[in-house]
Design a protein around this ligand. Structure first.
Ligand code: SF4
Length: 488
């Protein structure tokens, strides 16, 4: 039998898919490269420990996805002559994701879409891509176990109410609870006693106040922190759809439709905010969005509202760790306007999108000029550069249901070790800089709330990086474009 000719360049490609019903992610090359639809793919580097790891690296670079449920070979390979005239070989993989999240595209592609299998087959340009896709379809139809039925056993319920008042009290009474816990965000701590007393009186059951500091709807108190409690009241946050509930949870979103939309549109125009505009809001101000968009439209604005991934409950909503609703419309706008109070969300948005970010406080009627993204990014890049020589890393992992990225942490640890670096996992529920003092590491990478590394870095005795920044520091991602650590 004739020997197979030698291969000059190994390549990998990944068919990223979700189940129920199946969707496949394809990306589109820009016009200079034919504007064709292809799977994520790339060359295997000499430093890649395996084909699967090479693909993980390519997926992180081309989509920003680092949390992959599985990476399995499709047992399909193609040999062809590469553009450099050398012999290339391509290995295909199926890559399962938990959900059809929004990728953060690199400059190699100008569009993406999650297609059904027939749609994807019709769009794929190369016949060998179509054959690999057929193999994926066979796997999904036969070999892969069926996904668990979401409705097999009714889980704890989420109840959403706009404000504290009769609707909340009626829902709590209907819930027939033995004991309730109340969690309030930092800004409402002073009101917590009054609110607990109101609820106790209206519902007629004991109410305890969760004392631990709360970051968001990702870290509400567990059953072990609040024993005997069978109903939880979370104030000031929308439900995060991908955070599992342990018991019936009442999300009191504290909606505030305050602000005159006409006046706010007038202020926006007077501040010369660009007219092709993406609008993003905190959950408290989402009720103002329709009338504000209408007022802007009457003034000649083209306003885009995007829908985010499985971490965002509402279109146009912003979370400090997730701006996929903005990323979904980034190509259609010249600037973003954040509707809400404070600097927390505009700062995160400025890291996440490469467009000017203005902000408008609807209650104060104040427009803030755009944040200097370049300065923010340069500061972070300097921090990354300062960690390039670090040999001993601490990888921070939170056990909070909505902040836990254990899989990512293990993957980072493997990547560090493959490069001859030391990397230990440090596990806690709440990541607290005081618990990390004196640790024998040179730098930390944080897999918990991404904002810890961006906003609280000064509280840590050692440099602390986000997940993409860590990959930049160890040479697995370029410094440009800067990537925000989105929690999907
Ligand atoms: S991970 Fe951080 S930014 Fe995201 S919801 Fe939780 S506290 Fe907020």
């Amino acid at each position: 039998m004739a020997a197979e000719p030698a291969v000059d360049q190994e390549c990998v490609e990944g068919y990223l898919f979700t189940r129920g019903p199946p969707r496949v992610l394809l990306v589109r090359r820009p016009p200079r490269r034919g504007r064709i639809w292809v799977p994520v793919s790339g060359k295997v580097d000499a430093t890649d420990p395996s084909f699967a790891e090479a693909l993980r690296r390519e997926i992180a670079e081309e989509t920003g996805f680092t949390e992959l449920a599985s990476v399995e070979p499709l047992d399909w390979e193609v040999r062809f002559e590469g553009p450099d005239g050398r012999r290339w070989r391509l290995h295909s993989f199926r890559v399962e994701l938990a959900d059809a999240a929004t990728p953060r595209l690199s400059r190699e592609h100008d569009s993406f879409a999650w297609f059904t299998l027939p749609e994807a087959r019709a769009r794929l340009y190369y016949p060998d891509n179509q054959e690999a896709l057929d193999r994926l379809a066979e796997c999904i139809a036969s070999a892969l176990p069926a996904p668990p039925r979401a409705d097999a056993t009714p889980g704890p319920r989420a109840v959403v109410v706009p404000r504290v008042g009769p609707d909340l009290f009626a829902a709590l009474r209907a819930g027939n609870h033995r004991k309730l816990a109340l969690q309030v965000p930092a800004g409402l701590v002073r009101n917590a006693h009054d609110l607990a007393a109101q609820i106790r009186e209206a519902v007629g059951v004991p109410v305890v106040i969760a004392a631990r500091a709360c970051f968001g709807a990702c870290d509400f108190p567990s059953t072990s922190e609040t024993p005997g409690v069978d109903g939880l009241i979370v104030l000031g946050h929308a439900q995060i759809p991908n955070v599992p509930l342990e018991r019936t949870t009442y999300f009191v979103e504290m909606r505030d439709p305050g602000g005159d939309p006409e006046h706010l549109a007038e202020l926006t125009e007077a501040a010369h905010v660009p007219r092709r505009l993406g609008l993003v809001a905190s959950v408290q101000h989402l009720d103002l969005v329709p009338s504000f968009v209408a007022a802007l439209t009457r003034r000649g604005y083209a306003v885009s509202l995007g829908s985010g991934d499985r971490r965002l409950q509402y279109p146009a909503q912003a979370l400090g760790c997730n701006y996929t609703s903005a990323e979904a419309v980034e190509a259609d706008v010249d600037a973003f306007l954040f509707l809400g109070t404070g600097r927390f969300h505009p700062l995160g948005l400025a890291f996440a999108v490469d467009k000017p970010v203005w902000s408008l406080d609807p209650l104060q009627g104040a427009v803030e000029p755009p944040i200097d993204r370049g300065a923010l990014v340069r500061r972070r890049q300097l921090r990354v550069a300062g960690c390039r020589d670090a040999r001993r890393w601490g990888i921070l992992v939170s056990t909070f249901a909505g902040q836990n990225r254990n899989g990512t942490a293990l993957s980072l640890q493997a990547r560090a070790r493959n490069r001859g670096l030391e990397a230990e996992l440090f596990v806690a529920d709440r990541i607290d800089p005081r618990d990390l003092e004196g640790r024998d590491v040179q730098a930390f990478v944080n897999t918990a709330c991404p904002r810890i590394a961006l906003d609280d870095a000064e509280l840590y005795a050692k440099p602390i990086l986000t997940v993409p920044e860590f990959l930049m520091a160890i040479g697995e991602l370029p410094l440009e474009p800067y990537r925000f650590d989105t929690y999907h």
